[in-house]
Design a protein around this ligand. Sequence first.
Ligand SMILES: *Cc1c(COP(=O)(O)O)cnc(C)c1O
Length: 422
Amino acid sequence: MTNKMIPFSPPRIDQKIIDEVVDTLKSGWITTGPKTKLFEKKLSEYTGCKATLCLNSATAGLELMLRWFGVEEGDEVIVPAYTYSATANVIIHCGAKPVFVDVLDDFNIDPKKVRAAITSKTKVIMPVDFGGLPCNYEQLNNLVREASIKDQFTPKNEVQKTLGRIMILSDAAHSIGGKYQGKNVGSLTDVSVISFHAVKNLTTAEGGCVNLNFPEPFDNEEIYKYLCVKSLHGQNKDALAKTIPGNWRYDIVEAGYKWNMTDIMAAIGLVELARYESETLPVRKAIVDQYNNAFKKYSWAELPVITDENRVSSYHLYALRIKNVTEQMRDEIMSLIFPKGVSVNVHFIPVPIMSFYTQMGYDIHNYPNTYYHYSREISLPIFYNLNDEDLHTVINAVVSSVEEVLNKYGLVNQENIKDLIA
Ligand SMILES: *Cc1c(COP(=O)(O)O)cnc(C)c1O
């Protein structure tokens, strides 16, 4: 047992971040203001989307877009079973029904399963770029534009009529900087939501943004302006606008939400974004490459998909899978890793396993590939200040723990494992 614990994903808080936050604190403007607006502009430039709205979380962004589209009781929203619960919870908030579908071997939503799940009640598809690897957006974008799929779509309001089809709301919580067919995440589909939560690639402590990318005839600038109001009480003037002398009177045009980003958060984000391509992504890539090089020689290791002919990951997670193990064996491996001074995690416990969702009648047996990958998955530490020595400690802890458990049980046939949950 070591005293020092290698953390899983601590934020990179250095003097630059501290200076920018102090600058904000001293500026006299700490809520939504000039730094948030600048961060939004820089995010639009970086992602290539048409407009960006910063908020206090990605979860708020997902719910905001469902509500903007008018998703309500009686509607269905398609989501992968393999995601963090936030993706599904926001659908429940709106009174709609999450329709879970299974994932592919890269952990991302299976477009074939999406097609099979579409009904006349389907309003939105929420793909999740698991671990930072973009989904197959070409297939998803084409699917919702197919004539027979469009014919089923039954619009209930003006926005839905204007789009004339299912909306794709990408949960890009992990994937800022990820690329698909040479384009950056944020510009790959109708709308994408990025998270700046403390453990994410690019943090603002808490925070998130919506990258608007709706096709004609939508005016994304106009949608942005409306969403500013909707995410701030439904108030037609924000605090900054009210500082113009004499400009004190405001109106409440709807019962809006309180989801705005503060300039203190944006200060962190501006520093993080400025060094994201030059420092953050290369360091994360180097860590992933070192893990891959270390694990590829072990027959029990199934390496995560990081890149293929269409895609490049943002290297958010290193999701290692162990071949031929049950969920219980995976848990045993993890319990051997922690005492060696290494923090590991599982991404994710699938949503249909959660008690709230089982009580609603969802059943993980309906998503066998989700369970199959979840039950063998262990996420390893990736963060900016992970040094070579710690990286080797992680690798040695994983290898020795896996081998200890595999030796204890002997090899189990992969198909038998699938049978265990059948
Ligand atoms: C982190 C995360 C979210 C939520 O992001 P917040 O900014 O914490 O609201 C949503 N979806 C996925 C897949 C996530 O990992």
